[in-house]
Design a protein around this ligand. Sequence first.
Ligand SMILES: NC(=O)c1ccc[n+]([C@@H]2O[C@H](COP(=O)([O-])OP(=O)(O)OC[C@H]3O[C@@H](n4cnc5c(N)ncnc54)[C@H](OP(=O)(O)O)[C@@H]3O)[C@@H](O)[C@H]2O)c1
Length: 306
Amino acid sequence: MRAVIFGASGLLGRPMMRAFADQQVSGTGLRRKSQRLITLDATSPGDVRDVLDRLRPDIVVNCVGERRPEVWAGAPARARRLNVAAARLIAQGAHDHGARLLHISSDYVFDGRNPAYRTDAPRNPVNAYGRWKRLAEDAVRSLCPEATILRLPVLYGRAEYATETNLTQIASQLSAGCDMELDDDCVRYPTHANEAAEVCRWIAGAQLQGRYLGSVCHWSAEQGFTKYEMVVMIARRFGLPAVHVRAGQADTAGGDRPVDCRLDCGDLRAALGWPAHRYRRFDEEFTQVVEPWLLSFRPVSAEGGR
Ligand SMILES: NC(=O)c1ccc[n+]([C@@H]2O[C@H](COP(=O)([O-])OP(=O)(O)OC[C@H]3O[C@@H](n4cnc5c(N)ncnc54)[C@H](OP(=O)(O)O)[C@@H]3O)[C@@H](O)[C@H]2O)c1
């Protein structure tokens, strides 16, 4: 099996490359360069076509997107291109090359008012990101009807910089003693990126056996927390003071936030048949993810800063 992972330098793309390492896998990135990755612009029709012509994959996974509100709110046209135009080009390319496509979408296609959401629940996004993800899903479905769409909730995992994930960002702010008011309204289901990637690898294998074609799947961890609850957990686990942290309302920078987009993952869980110990629990996993970003725990770096 030859696989191409678009967006392989990102939070999900990195573990995706590891999950597909048993196959002949190639990954792409844009700004983050590495010898292991092909540099291309997924919003360029020529770049997408050229790489697919050259690599002739059996499976394509699209992890390109812009999901950080602080970025997409400031540059909505660019974010829309990454979330929608790139999805369109990759879907068209996968279809033209006869490759199976696994497209990554988001729980933000739902309005958060009526959880848990089954895969066929009506979509009603409340902000621009959710609307782009819905547009991307529709484009993928029309251009590559056999594509599988996987919706995921907020992800966490080994970060390359503190602001790469919500979790590592709030952990570093907590340890720096920043005055913070954090959303205590919206429930999130932080899911480990490694687990999401392993699920993708499983789905890709099923796609190549002719299963899950044209379907929508959901994957999510089960434990739900507000951002405020997460920061309190971090403070307790590491014995950090949290007097400078207050419970607040949903952060509306970048538009409304859905209150609770819990995904019903029953179908996929049953199909995977994984033993209970294989599922990653946030309360057991977050410690090692945030520890490198707690300023008071970090050794003084070579540059002399913290
Ligand atoms: N992270 C989450 O919490 C979360 C939750 C639900 C769904 N999702 C979805 O999952 C997917 C992956 O998210 P992620 O968190 O891994 O995103 P990410 O960390 O921001 O990574 C985005 C990837 O897209 C690449 N990219 C950006 N602009 C590009 C362009 N013009 N051409 C080619 N590649 C480009 C980036 O490459 P460079 O960095 O090298 O430029 C990077 O590899 C996205 O569709 C996202 O919407 C994410």
